[in-house]
Ligand binder design. Structure first.
Ligand SMILES: Nc1ncnc2c1ncn2[C@@H]1O[C@H](COP(=O)(O)OP(=O)(O)O)[C@@H](O)[C@H]1O
Ligand SMILES: [Mg+2]
Length: 222
Protein backbone atom coordinates (compact mmCIF):
# COMPACT_ATOMS: atom_id res chain seq x y z
CA UNK A 1 0.00 0.00 0.00
CA UNK A 2 1.41 3.38 -1.02
CA UNK A 3 -0.15 5.61 1.63
CA UNK A 4 -0.79 4.41 5.18
CA UNK A 5 -2.03 6.16 8.28
CA UNK A 6 -1.69 4.49 11.66
CA UNK A 7 -3.94 5.72 14.50
CA UNK A 8 -3.65 9.37 13.48
CA UNK A 9 -5.37 12.15 15.34
CA UNK A 10 -5.39 15.90 14.90
CA UNK A 11 -6.23 17.85 18.03
CA UNK A 12 -6.93 21.56 18.32
CA UNK A 13 -6.88 23.54 21.56
CA UNK A 14 -6.81 22.11 25.06
CA UNK A 15 -8.95 22.00 28.18
CA UNK A 16 -12.40 23.37 27.40
CA UNK A 17 -11.44 24.16 23.80
CA UNK A 18 -10.06 20.68 23.00
CA UNK A 19 -11.47 19.31 19.74
CA UNK A 20 -10.44 16.38 17.64
CA UNK A 21 -10.64 17.20 13.94
CA UNK A 22 -9.39 13.65 13.23
CA UNK A 23 -9.62 10.87 15.76
CA UNK A 24 -7.63 7.65 15.66
CA UNK A 25 -7.84 6.99 11.93
CA UNK A 26 -6.07 3.98 10.43
CA UNK A 27 -6.34 3.46 6.70
CA UNK A 28 -4.27 2.46 3.70
CA UNK A 29 -4.58 3.11 -0.01
CA UNK A 30 -2.76 1.55 -2.97
CA UNK A 31 -0.62 3.28 -5.60
CA UNK A 32 -3.36 3.59 -8.20
CA UNK A 33 -7.10 4.07 -8.18
CA UNK A 34 -9.84 6.55 -7.40
CA UNK A 35 -10.81 6.88 -3.75
CA UNK A 36 -13.42 9.04 -2.03
CA UNK A 37 -13.69 10.42 1.48
CA UNK A 38 -17.15 11.71 2.27
CA UNK A 39 -18.95 13.07 5.27
CA UNK A 40 -20.85 16.13 6.49
CA UNK A 41 -19.31 19.56 6.95
CA UNK A 42 -17.01 19.64 9.97
CA UNK A 43 -16.50 15.86 10.06
CA UNK A 44 -12.75 16.17 9.53
CA UNK A 45 -12.41 15.37 5.82
CA UNK A 46 -10.11 18.28 4.97
CA UNK A 47 -8.05 17.65 8.09
CA UNK A 48 -7.56 13.99 7.14
CA UNK A 49 -6.53 14.98 3.60
CA UNK A 50 -4.04 17.53 4.99
CA UNK A 51 -2.55 14.88 7.27
CA UNK A 52 -2.23 12.35 4.45
CA UNK A 53 -0.57 14.88 2.16
CA UNK A 54 1.82 16.29 4.76
CA UNK A 55 0.22 19.74 4.79
CA UNK A 56 -0.37 19.17 8.51
CA UNK A 57 1.24 16.88 11.07
CA UNK A 58 -0.81 14.55 13.23
CA UNK A 59 -0.76 15.21 16.97
CA UNK A 60 -0.76 11.41 17.42
CA UNK A 61 0.00 8.52 15.10
CA UNK A 62 2.05 8.17 11.93
CA UNK A 63 1.63 8.64 8.17
CA UNK A 64 3.76 6.59 5.78
CA UNK A 65 4.21 7.22 2.08
CA UNK A 66 5.99 4.21 0.60
CA UNK A 67 8.91 3.65 2.96
CA UNK A 68 9.01 7.28 4.12
CA UNK A 69 7.50 8.40 7.41
CA UNK A 70 5.76 11.61 6.33
CA UNK A 71 4.81 12.62 9.85
CA UNK A 72 8.48 12.62 10.92
CA UNK A 73 9.95 14.49 7.94
CA UNK A 74 11.42 17.97 8.20
CA UNK A 75 9.28 20.80 6.80
CA UNK A 76 11.80 21.22 4.00
CA UNK A 77 11.71 17.55 3.00
CA UNK A 78 7.93 17.62 3.21
CA UNK A 79 7.79 20.57 0.84
CA UNK A 80 10.06 18.73 -1.62
CA UNK A 81 7.95 15.57 -1.36
CA UNK A 82 4.75 17.51 -2.00
CA UNK A 83 6.21 19.32 -4.96
CA UNK A 84 7.67 16.18 -6.56
CA UNK A 85 5.04 13.58 -5.82
CA UNK A 86 1.71 15.25 -5.08
CA UNK A 87 -0.82 17.36 -6.96
CA UNK A 88 -3.58 19.35 -5.27
CA UNK A 89 -7.02 20.58 -6.31
CA UNK A 90 -9.07 22.74 -3.96
CA UNK A 91 -12.63 24.08 -3.96
CA UNK A 92 -11.44 27.29 -5.63
CA UNK A 93 -9.17 27.04 -8.68
CA UNK A 94 -6.76 29.82 -7.55
CA UNK A 95 -5.64 30.78 -11.07
CA UNK A 96 -3.49 33.85 -11.69
CA UNK A 97 -5.74 36.39 -13.41
CA UNK A 98 -3.11 37.94 -15.67
CA UNK A 99 -1.95 34.62 -17.15
CA UNK A 100 -3.65 32.48 -19.79
CA UNK A 101 -4.89 29.00 -18.92
CA UNK A 102 -1.80 27.48 -20.58
CA UNK A 103 0.53 29.80 -18.64
CA UNK A 104 -1.25 28.99 -15.39
CA UNK A 105 -0.57 25.28 -15.92
CA UNK A 106 2.99 25.95 -17.08
CA UNK A 107 3.73 27.98 -13.94
CA UNK A 108 3.21 24.87 -11.81
CA UNK A 109 5.54 22.71 -13.90
CA UNK A 110 8.82 21.63 -12.33
CA UNK A 111 12.06 22.33 -14.13
CA UNK A 112 12.67 19.67 -16.71
CA UNK A 113 9.02 18.68 -17.00
CA UNK A 114 7.70 21.66 -18.71
CA UNK A 115 7.78 22.96 -22.21
CA UNK A 116 4.58 24.21 -23.67
CA UNK A 117 4.22 21.01 -25.69
CA UNK A 118 3.72 18.76 -22.66
CA UNK A 119 1.28 21.26 -21.14
CA UNK A 120 -0.66 21.21 -24.39
CA UNK A 121 -0.62 17.41 -24.35
CA UNK A 122 -2.24 17.43 -20.92
CA UNK A 123 -4.81 20.03 -21.96
CA UNK A 124 -5.53 18.00 -25.06
CA UNK A 125 -5.88 14.72 -23.16
CA UNK A 126 -8.42 16.44 -20.89
CA UNK A 127 -10.21 17.90 -23.96
CA UNK A 128 -9.60 21.49 -22.84
CA UNK A 129 -6.91 22.59 -25.28
CA UNK A 130 -9.38 25.07 -26.79
CA UNK A 131 -9.22 27.01 -23.49
CA UNK A 132 -5.42 27.37 -23.51
CA UNK A 133 -5.18 31.00 -24.67
CA UNK A 134 -7.95 32.40 -22.49
CA UNK A 135 -7.39 34.35 -19.29
CA UNK A 136 -9.49 33.34 -16.26
CA UNK A 137 -11.88 36.29 -16.76
CA UNK A 138 -12.96 34.60 -19.99
CA UNK A 139 -13.47 31.16 -18.46
CA UNK A 140 -16.52 29.83 -16.61
CA UNK A 141 -16.20 28.40 -13.11
CA UNK A 142 -16.23 24.87 -14.49
CA UNK A 143 -13.61 25.73 -17.10
CA UNK A 144 -11.35 27.30 -14.48
CA UNK A 145 -11.58 24.19 -12.33
CA UNK A 146 -10.69 22.00 -15.34
CA UNK A 147 -7.54 24.12 -15.75
CA UNK A 148 -6.80 23.65 -12.04
CA UNK A 149 -7.05 19.88 -12.55
CA UNK A 150 -4.62 20.09 -15.49
CA UNK A 151 -2.26 22.13 -13.30
CA UNK A 152 -2.40 19.41 -10.63
CA UNK A 153 -1.37 16.84 -13.25
CA UNK A 154 1.46 18.77 -14.90
CA UNK A 155 4.29 17.10 -12.98
CA UNK A 156 2.71 13.62 -13.33
CA UNK A 157 2.33 13.30 -9.56
CA UNK A 158 2.04 9.89 -7.90
CA UNK A 159 -0.92 11.18 -5.87
CA UNK A 160 -3.59 13.81 -6.55
CA UNK A 161 -5.40 15.13 -3.49
CA UNK A 162 -8.66 16.98 -4.19
CA UNK A 163 -10.57 18.78 -1.43
CA UNK A 164 -14.20 19.49 -2.42
CA UNK A 165 -13.20 20.14 -6.05
CA UNK A 166 -16.83 20.31 -7.19
CA UNK A 167 -18.40 22.20 -4.28
CA UNK A 168 -18.49 25.53 -6.13
CA UNK A 169 -19.85 24.03 -9.37
CA UNK A 170 -23.24 23.02 -10.70
CA UNK A 171 -23.87 19.31 -11.08
CA UNK A 172 -22.98 19.00 -14.77
CA UNK A 173 -19.67 20.81 -14.35
CA UNK A 174 -19.02 18.97 -11.10
CA UNK A 175 -19.39 15.61 -12.77
CA UNK A 176 -17.20 16.73 -15.68
CA UNK A 177 -14.42 17.75 -13.29
CA UNK A 178 -14.73 14.39 -11.52
CA UNK A 179 -14.36 12.62 -14.86
CA UNK A 180 -11.05 14.42 -15.45
CA UNK A 181 -9.82 13.40 -12.01
CA UNK A 182 -11.03 9.84 -12.55
CA UNK A 183 -9.10 9.65 -15.83
CA UNK A 184 -5.90 9.67 -13.74
CA UNK A 185 -6.79 6.54 -11.75
CA UNK A 186 -4.55 4.23 -13.81
CA UNK A 187 -1.58 6.60 -13.70
CA UNK A 188 -1.61 7.23 -9.98
CA UNK A 189 -3.64 7.55 -6.83
CA UNK A 190 -6.54 10.03 -6.75
CA UNK A 191 -8.13 10.88 -3.40
CA UNK A 192 -11.20 13.11 -3.49
CA UNK A 193 -12.92 14.63 -0.48
CA UNK A 194 -16.57 15.61 -0.92
CA UNK A 195 -19.82 15.95 1.00
CA UNK A 196 -21.72 14.86 -2.14
CA UNK A 197 -21.63 11.09 -2.58
CA UNK A 198 -23.14 11.27 -6.07
CA UNK A 199 -19.82 12.74 -7.20
CA UNK A 200 -18.07 9.50 -6.24
CA UNK A 201 -19.88 7.08 -8.55
CA UNK A 202 -17.45 4.49 -9.86
CA UNK A 203 -14.89 5.02 -7.08
CA UNK A 204 -12.78 2.03 -6.08
CA UNK A 205 -13.68 2.72 -2.49
CA UNK A 206 -15.51 5.40 -0.49
CA UNK A 207 -14.57 6.12 3.12
CA UNK A 208 -17.15 7.75 5.37
CA UNK A 209 -16.15 10.25 8.05
CA UNK A 210 -18.17 11.44 10.98
CA UNK A 211 -16.98 13.47 13.96
CA UNK A 212 -13.32 12.92 13.07
CA UNK A 213 -13.65 9.16 12.79
CA UNK A 214 -13.57 6.92 9.76
CA UNK A 215 -16.73 4.94 10.31
CA UNK A 216 -17.14 2.52 7.54
CA UNK A 217 -16.04 1.82 4.05
CA UNK A 218 -18.40 1.40 1.15
CA UNK A 219 -17.67 0.02 -2.26
CA UNK A 220 -20.18 1.64 -4.60
CA UNK A 221 -21.84 -0.58 -7.16
CA UNK A 222 -20.91 1.52 -10.19
N1 LIG B 1 -7.56 25.64 12.81
C1 LIG B 1 -8.53 25.07 13.52
N2 LIG B 1 -8.71 25.37 14.83
C2 LIG B 1 -9.66 24.77 15.57
N3 LIG B 1 -10.53 23.85 15.09
C3 LIG B 1 -10.42 23.53 13.79
C4 LIG B 1 -9.43 24.10 12.94
N4 LIG B 1 -9.56 23.56 11.70
C5 LIG B 1 -10.59 22.70 11.78
N5 LIG B 1 -11.11 22.67 13.03
C6 LIG B 1 -12.24 21.85 13.48
O1 LIG B 1 -11.99 20.50 13.14
C7 LIG B 1 -13.18 19.88 12.70
C8 LIG B 1 -12.97 19.27 11.31
O2 LIG B 1 -12.75 20.31 10.36
P1 LIG B 1 -12.50 20.01 8.83
O3 LIG B 1 -11.40 19.03 8.68
O4 LIG B 1 -12.35 21.32 8.13
O5 LIG B 1 -13.88 19.30 8.38
P2 LIG B 1 -14.56 19.15 6.94
O6 LIG B 1 -13.50 19.33 5.91
O7 LIG B 1 -15.14 17.76 6.95
O8 LIG B 1 -15.63 20.18 6.84
C9 LIG B 1 -14.28 20.93 12.75
O9 LIG B 1 -14.99 20.77 13.95
C10 LIG B 1 -13.51 22.21 12.75
O10 LIG B 1 -14.22 23.22 13.42
MG1 LIG C 1 -13.39 20.66 4.33
Amino acid sequence: MLLRTHSISLRYGDGDTLTYAVRNVTMEVPATGFFGIMGPSGSGKSSLLYLMSGLKRPTEGTVHYGDQCVSAMSSRDLAILRRKEFGFVFQQPFLLNYLTARENVLTAASQGVAATTSVDEILSSLSILHLADRVPAHLSGGEKQRIAVARAMVNTPRVIFADEPTAALDRTNGLAVMELLKSYRDKGLVIVVTHDETMLAGADCVYHMDDGQLHHIARPAA
